[in-house]
Design a protein around this ligand. Sequence first.
Ligand SMILES: [Zn+2]
Length: 222
Amino acid sequence: MLQHEKSVVVFSGGQDSTTCLFWALKQFREVEVVTFDYGQRNKQEIECARGIAEELGVKFHLLDMSLLAQLSPNAMTRHDMDIVHEDGELPNTFVEGRNHLFLSFAAVLAKGVGARHIITGVCETDFSGYPDCRDAFVKSLNVTLNLAMDHNFVIHTPLMWLDKAATWQLADELGAFDYIRERTLTCYNGVIGDGCGECPSCKLRLAGMNAYLDKRAKGESS
Ligand SMILES: [Zn+2]
C-alpha cells in the first residue's frame, strides 16, 4: 500500500510541481521535496519552493546544479538575454537534458532517504518540445535507474496527460486550488500568484485557469 511508503517530489514551487506535492501528500505516508538551484533567473523561485515546503510541513532538499549554466548558456541562466519563444520552436530557456539530469539526481537522493517513489510534474500534453518530459522517456529512465542503482523506483507523473485546465481541476479536487493560485510561482518575471500576466508562462497558466473556471461554472449552473 502506497500509504505506508515514502516519496520524493521534484519541486520548483510552481503550479505543476505544487499540484504534484498535494497529490503525493494524499498518496504517501511521508513526502519530501527536492529543488534544484541551477542559476535560474529568479532566485525567488527557490525561496518560494522552500516556503511552500515549510508551510506544508515537508522536508526540503536543495541541490546545487549550477553546473547547468556552464553547459547551456541561455535566457534562464544568462540574465543579459531575453526570453524568446517562436511558435513551433523550443523556447530559448531550454537546457538540453535538464529533466533527465534532475530526475537522475532526485533518484540518488530518494534512495538515500529511503524512498522509492519519485513524483514529477512533467507533462506530454503541453511539453513545449522537451523530449525528456515525454512519457516514453520517463518510463525508459525508470527502468534505467532501477538497473543503475539496483532499486525498485516508481516514477509517478500525475500530470502527464493533463492540459493546464485539467491540472487546475486536479488542484481543485485535491482541495488546493486557492493555495496553488496564490502561493506558487510560474511567472518568468518572478511575480507569485497570478503573475505578471504578460510572459508566456503567465499566459499559459491564466488561459488554463480561465478554461477550468468556465467549465466549473457551467457544471455548477447545470
Ligand atoms: Zn509572468
